[in-house]
Ligand binder design. Sequence first.
Ligand code: PGA
Length: 248
Amino acid sequence: MKKLVVGNWKMHGSRASNAELLQGLVSADLTVTAPRADVVVCPPFVFLSDVAAALKGVAISVGSQDISAQAQGAFTGEVSGLMIRELGVKYAIVGHSERRSYHAESDQLVAEKAKSALSHGLVPIVCVGETLAERESSQTEVVVARQLKAVIDTLGDQLVQIVVAYEPVWAIGTGKTASPEQAQAVHALLRAQLKAAMPQAAAVPLLYGGSVKPDNAVELFAQPDIDGGLIGGAALKAADFVAIARAA
Ligand code: PGA
């Protein structure tokens, strides 16, 4: 199976810096230099249109960092899957830990967002992960299982169409990566939970995210249940992001 390497730009970028970053990715000719990776970039909403246009004809897909659970209506400030689908966007990250914690997104809301993404032809990248306090109190398994269960219960047979990203909150932007063994252990649990819900869902791609860098990507991607990465900080530097795609 090809690895999936997704760049989450978070709230970074400008038209000028995006153009430079994209130029670096396009000139790296990833289909040739990283043939074993499918690559996606997720800029802020306002840049989706520009980025999708700049990547037309290039084998790099575009994703959003969030979507509304609603299709349209009186939801000031929200952006729906219906709208971004029109721009040629293919993926939508939902349930990133920064959304869960700063915007109080519940497991159920995240599940509704995943469902909404699918209903508009987008592939949801559903993030799950425990905080440091939860890990230290041995709650990791319980927390990620609870987060994933809401999605399983809400999606039914559509479960096979999603991507899941395991992102331990304590590893995001901290420079502390989960060790390949720690990540693999959680991925194996997520795989088993998906499979128990629906045998075909064992094929759902499982990404690892949290301080993935060129120098740890090879080892992480070598784990049997790690199918790719969700990359934050390192996705903002073309050379690093390309090196991570090549690590696949
Ligand atoms: P990081 O972020 O790679 O900067 O740790 C990952 C993420 O939040 O998706």
